[in-house]
Design a binder for this molecule. Structure first.
Ligand code: NIG
Ligand code: FE
Length: 425
């Protein structure tokens, strides 16, 4: 039997309903229900509206009423549409080397960088990887992230990539969030591979992609398109094959040099992520496509390089999501709201653009239509902030943490009473 629950009265419910998926947004476009409530039907939202209206329906449905303690602002749970939280080992050495003047690509050429994490991740067991993901997802939960995309890409053999994606699958059974797995076997050419980039991708296509489908581990394929990783020409047949097998595509694009965006557009990827090096040409290409631009300010902060031209992208009519890119190398911070609100001050983004970028537009980047908005039929994922105005959230640049986090209609985190389990990492 469906369990009904009414939550409220809430000072403000910011629904994110009715916003265009593309282009600039101003704060007046946000639907803000004052003295609102959320009526839940099991995992899903039955209705959102004025508390005084919902209380009547709640009576008819025999709903349990939960009153928040003090004024609360409610928004959809954050969607972090790009992370690499399945990894082992630290790259604190790279961080020190970079700050002493070495570049990310120089460090990678000298055997540090992604390859260093591959070595450590290969040496970890699947269970150790799962424990690491569970810990990091727990950290994200306290920060209001209710959906987390997680990439492989530190295994770089069919077996090691499978180990990573099985670890993600196992962690998904344990954590409060939904984990959305993505295969990033095309991250770099592994140093111990006996063959060229094309050979490697052919092997991944033949030996790994069918197995991902057989085990239902993921329906998403990512690639790092960069001369030092995989060039546009070498990635084309790989993407073509993955697409014909039914995989959704996403691209690490234009992080250091332009090129990846054209690949994303040509192959109809769901998203093009990074874009720090995108020029007006790439902005224009994206604006004429349905590819969602994903800014990763955590990587700009981690590497000390320029931000994704978020303002230009929005003004050109693109859809912009914002994600953390949490990984041990370029973005070790793992704090989506801090990063998104810092991006806002540098790129002059409105609250509405930031909030859409980590909710409804981020859900779009993952091809998910059931979240990122508070309304009838959406899953009951939301955050409650102990404040009286949603503007306070970006303004505090992440320092204001959620008082409560709800996932699929259940309260899974409260800042007062710790519901999640830490694993002591
Ligand atoms: O998104 N650029 C490629 N991949 C990651 C970095 C991974 C790493 O440095 O370990 C990124 O920035
Ligand atoms: Fe990344």
């Amino acid at each position: 039997m469906t369990k009904y629950r009414l939550l409220g009265p809430l000072e403000q419910v910011v629904t994110m309903a009715g916003l265009p998926l593309k282009g600039p947004l101003n704060d007046d476009q946000l639907v803000v229900i004052t003295k609102g409530g959320i009526l839940l039907a099991g995992e899903k939202i039955h209705s959102v509206g004025k508390f005084s209206d919902l209380i009547k329906t709640a009576g008819e449905l025999n709903a349990e009423v939960t009153e928040p303690e003090g004024p609360m602002v409610c928004l959809p749970g954050w969607v972090d549409a790009h992370t690499h939280i399945c990894f082992h080992g630290s790259r604190a050495r790279d961080y020190a080397l970079r700050n002493a003047g070495k570049s990310y690509l120089e460090i990678a050429k000298q055997g540090g960088g992604i390859w260093d994490t591959v070595t450590h991740t290969r040496s970890a067991s699947q269970q150790e990887l799962t424990a690491g993901i569970i810990f990091r997802a727990g950290e994200l939960l306290k920060k209001g992230v209710t959906t987390v995309e997680v990439k492989s890409g530190y295994g770089l053999t069919p077996d090691e990539e499978l180990k990573m994606l099985r670890a993600v699958h196992a962690a998904d059974q344990e954590v409060a969030q939904d984990l959305i797995a993505t295969c990033l076997a095309a991250h770099i050419l592994p140093r111990d591979y006996d063959g060229d980039h094309g050979d490697y991708l052919s092997e991944i296509s033949a030996r790994l992609l069918p197995q991902l489908q057989a085990e239902a581990l993921t329906n998403r394929i990512d690639a790092f398109v960069e001369e030092e990783a995989f060039s546009s020409s070498v990635i084309a047949p790989y993407f073509h094959n993955a697409k014909s097998m039914g995989f959704q595509l996403t691209v690490h694009a234009d992080q250091f040099t332009p090129g990846g965006t054209a690949v994303a557009v040509e192959h109809g990827a769901l998203s093009a992520d990074h874009l720090e090096a995108s020029t007006d040409r790439e902005v224009s290409l994206l604006s004429q496509s349905d590819v969602i631009a994903v800014a990763l300010p955590g990587a700009s902060i981690g590497l000390g390089c320029s931000f994704t031209p978020a303002r230009k992208l929005l003004d050109a009519g693109c859809s912009l999501a914002i994600a953390s890119d949490w990984n041990p190398g370029s973005a070790p911070m793992g704090d989506l709201l801090v990063q998104a609100s810092v991006l806002a001050t540098f790129e002059k983004l409105t609250n509405a653009e930031v909030l859409a970028g980590i909710t409804i537009r981020a859900a779009g980047a993952l091809g998910l239509q059931d979240r990122g908005e508070l309304g009838e039929g959406f899953i009951g994922d939301f955050n409650l902030y102990a404040t009286d105005h949603y503007r306070e959230i970006c303004y505090h640049q992440g320092a204001l943490r959620p008082g409560e986090v709800w996932k699929r209609g259940r309260r899974v985190f409260s800042s007062k009473e710790k519901i999640t389990t830490d694993h002591g990492f």
